[in-house]
Design a protein around this ligand. Structure first.
Ligand SMILES: CC(C)(COP(=O)(O)OP(=O)(O)OC[C@H]1O[C@@H](n2cnc3c(N)ncnc32)[C@H](O)[C@@H]1OP(=O)(O)O)[C@@H](O)C(=O)NCCC(=O)NCCS
Length: 150
């Protein structure tokens, strides 16, 4: 299966919004949030595309001084568990390292085992848990990757 990472562009937004809704339901981003993210200078988003240049996943970072936040990452269900999540995360982390970032943070639903396993495999550690963080009452886990320790 030949999927490539490319810069995320405005023409990916409509499809990305659909993929996001399927993945996150009630906590999915609105179209407005997508446009807002893309309009900000300190963001870096990648799209995973198939051979027809159709988007099948995406992820992005916000650079905040010496820290960075993983804003989101999603792979369409039929393309999951094939190594593309790792490929996407590694590409985002590569960009982060180029920008001399000290710490990377992210927030994930506490029972999202696939995502948490992926982040643990890339040396993120849990630094906090927020109870009832999401509108549906789910807890959030805050994870950090400390690049200064390397
Ligand atoms: C999290 C997500 C991006 C992972 O993408 P993916 O393409 O399936 O991930 P990969 O195939 O690259 O797998 C990478 C690692 O993730 C973990 N993983 C992936 N799927 C898993 C599952 N179903 N159960 C447990 N661990 C899993 C494993 O550690 C795996 O490494 P391994 O194959 O060496 O065991 C994907 O499941 C997804 O889009 N989920 C819905 C959206 C989401 O939850 N995003 C994260 C928000 S913070």
């Amino acid at each position: 299966m030949n999927l490539n990472l490319v810069d995320f562009s405005w023409w990916h937004v409509t499809k990305a919004h659909q993929i996001d809704k399927e993945a996150f339901n009630a906590t999915a981003w609105s179209l407005e949030t997508f446009w807002n993210e893309l309009s900000q200078q300190n963001r870096y988003y990648l799209a995973l595309v198939d051979e027809n240049k159709e988007i099948v996943g995406f992820g992005g970072i916000a650079f905040n001084g010496s820290d960075a936040d993983i804003q989101t990452m999603v792979i369409k269900p039929e393309f999951q568990k094939k190594g593309f999540g790792k490929k996407l995360l590694d590409a985002l982390l590569e960009k982060i390292k180029e920008n001399k970032v000290n710490r990377v943070f992210l927030e994930v639903v506490a029972d999202n085992k696939p995502a948490i396993s992926l982040y643990l495999s890339r040396k993120f550690t849990q630094i906090a848990k927020r109870s009832n963080y999401y509108p549906n009452g789910s807890d959030a886990v805050i994870m950090q990757l400390d690049l200064r320790a390397r």
